[in-house]
Ligand binder design. Structure first.
Ligand code: ATP
Ligand code: MG
Length: 333
């Protein structure tokens, strides 16, 4: 009956502060490209309420605005994307979260893999606040309230989407079809490695990472110290650096030049110095442009405000429609 998708693609970003070029290439660029290539208009939200799990409200608030500026400067086009802040529809989300919470058990929540992981790594059951425990239900509420068809996820988030589907199914079985099950949108998996050659590039391991906020000189220094490979050999680290160099370069000539250097390398020539220069050139060109765009965006808080206002209106309209269906299904029988 009422069960229909409202949004084609729905995705969230966590306001965690400084991003790396790996975050850009792996998570942000695919959304930017998607919005550019096809007529989808992704709905993107900044998960400021999720950030309260481990950040003080003032910190979450600061990073929320930073992250919006980052995304706009990285090319997310406000004409082709709808952006809103999660807390703009806090009452609707929290109401749905409490209704959904009735349909999952305490034991089931403790088994959600992403939660178990976090409890193993940097939180403990004895001291973690209960918001961490409710995280999967909050995320399910975020998603289901917008009734999206697809949610793009990296592999670490798949278990949360599972919870959203499970809760949708249980709610529908109990009260009638309200939530169309959200489908996984498989992102091209891209794993940028640390410049130090070991493990992936992560913002929590700054030595091997290039941050979007790095000044050009220090980014170039990091690249100078990056591990390379002996002549004639292709390694995972070199492959990852080639991807960075090509993806961040602005023109076809530079990309072709990189291919030439690598062909020479594979034929046994000593050209890694030259490759690093090309890599440094791509990265510094990208960072310079990004930082200039971001500067300009930050100087225009009114523009950001109006983008978020329009986003909040659309998100609230979807949320109100969903909550009307939810409450009709639950209470008018
Ligand atoms: P942390 O060290 O705090 O885990 P992170 O750099 O791994 O930080 P996350 O916040 O865990 O970043 O992930 C943000 C997004 O960036 C995710 O969608 C993730 O898939 C993507 N991402 C993170 N690291 C990489 C990487 N090395 N290559 C490609 N994509 C990445
Ligand atoms: Mg990570």
């Amino acid at each position: 009956m009422e069960k229909e998708y409202k949004v084609k693609i729905f995705t969230g970003i966590r306001p965690t502060g400084d991003l790396t070029i790996a975050n850009y290439l792996g998570a942000i660029k695919p959304i930017v490209d998607m919005a550019e290539e096809r007529d989808i208009n992704p709905l993107v939200f900044v998960a400021d309420m999720h950030a309260l799990t481990d950040s003080e409200p003032s910190v979450a608030k600061k990073f929320t605005h930073e992250v919006v500026a980052d995304y706009l400067a990285l090319g997310l086009d406000p004409e082709r994307t709808t952006i809103f802040i999660q807390s703009a529809i806090a009452p609707q989300i929290l109401t749905l979260m409490s209704y959904l919470s009735r349909h999952i058990t305490v034991a089931e929540l403790l088994r959600v893999p992403a939660l178990k992981d976090k409890l193993k790594k940097n939180a403990r059951e004895e001291t973690a606040n209960a918001l961490l425990f409710l995280y999967p239900v909050l995320m399910a509420a975020d998603i289901l309230i917008q009734r999206p068809e697809y949610v793009p996820v990296g592999e670490d988030q798949e278990s949360h989407l599972e919870v959203a589907r499970l809760l949708a199914k249980r709610f529908n079985a109990r009260y009638g079809d309200v939530f169309p099950p959200p489908k996984t949108y498989q992102m091209k998996s891209l794993r940028i490695l640390s410049l130090k050659g070991k493990g992936k590039m992560s913002k929590s391991v700054p030595e091997g990472a290039i941050f979007l906020t790095d000044n050009i000189e220090s980014a170039v220094q990091k690249i100078k110290k990056a591990v390379t490979s002996v002549e004639g050999k292709m390694t995972d680290g070199l492959l990852s650096n080639i991807i960075i160099a090509k993806e961040l370069s602005k023109n076809e000539n530079d990309k072709m030049r990189i291919d030439e250097i690598i062909a020479e390398h594979m034929s046994g020539k000593k050209v890694m110095g030259e490759f690093k220069k090309a890599l440094a050139n791509s990265v510094s060109g990208f960072l310079t442009d990004f930082q200039a765009r971001r500067e300009k965006i930050i100087r225009n808080p009114e523009t950001i405000k109006s983008i978020l206002k329009r986003g909040a209106e659309i998100a609230a309209k979807n949320a109100d429609e969903t909550m009307a269906l939810v409450e009709k299904a639950m209470f008018s029988r």
